[in-house]
Ligand binder design. Sequence first.
Ligand SMILES: [Cu+2]
Length: 369
Amino acid sequence: MPNWVPKTLSRRGVLSGSLLTAGGTILAALTPRKHAAADIYEPPTQIRSAGGSAHGNMIAVGEVDNARNGFDPGAMLTDWETGTVSRLPDGRALRTFELFAVDKEIEIVPGVFFAAWTYNGRVPGPALRATEGERLRIVFRNHGSHPHSVHFHGIHSARMDGIPGAGMVEPGGEFVYEFDAFPFGCHLYHCHALPLKRHIHKGMYGAFIIDPDPGRHPESEPVARSRLLGTPENKQVQEFVMVMNGFDTDFDGDNEVYAVNTVAHHFSKHPIKIDRARLVRIYLVNVTEFDPINSFHLHANFFDYYDHGTTLTPTLKTVDTIMQCQAQRGILEFSFPTHEAGLYMFHAHQSEFAELGWMGLFDVVEATS
Ligand SMILES: [Cu+2]
């Protein structure tokens, strides 16, 4: 629990309880205690000032060892897992992915380690990417210490749902999920073993993108082609996948660390280079456990939003903040054609999340090499 909330008033209670309707009561409860040293927010040692950042002094000092983690939050932005493709007797594409569960200690803030349960040794798991209408086969092996599954947000039979009784895999076991890739959009997968919140929060989730098949959308074919990985139109777009997550490092049911792609403050220290003339498309997925919502706010600009990514026209136009409940996701599109080059911030507009790691920068330049 963040230290700024008096221990007598739980953070959960503030977020979910009737105290929300009585702000004055909260203030009254907080004010008399605010001078007690234990109640004044003091960030953990690792999250103290690095100095000089755009939001002042609230980013973690030092660097996470990406090599030891085996993944790099920056590289994960564009690291699509496309599996292997073969042909079914009827000529349709069969795309096969391989996932495995493995326990792994990961570093989420410099010097702060988290005993994660992972898909393929990384958090988030691989960003699976397929095309609408394909047959998908996901071979899942459990090398972890607990029962796990892969529950896809998509359309499939009950047998393929990845829940207790249907596709749950004991340690040492294997299951093959199979279904058709519908609907196109920005989806996710996660473990559905019980207790659910613990399995999700431990790191068992990933993005699952189904690109539209342009042939099925003649009315919006140019947009569909731009969304289809590998087309010339798609190569013009700067695409990134961002999974918003949080970590409860002391297992009290509240997150102490927030991030996109797991490592707190990574994109504040390593801004994402953007060619200002080209479209930016972000596949944004919220898997944050314990908190009811998370959000994305873009500084100095506005974007179009496609809720769940299941449409080819925006569901919201010209917004600069979007909120998502857990498992909600969508596609953001924006560009900086007339902006000055420079660093443009993006972050959760729950300020507390931003200060605890969910904050980053776009480095907008004239042209990327
Ligand atoms: Cu699990």
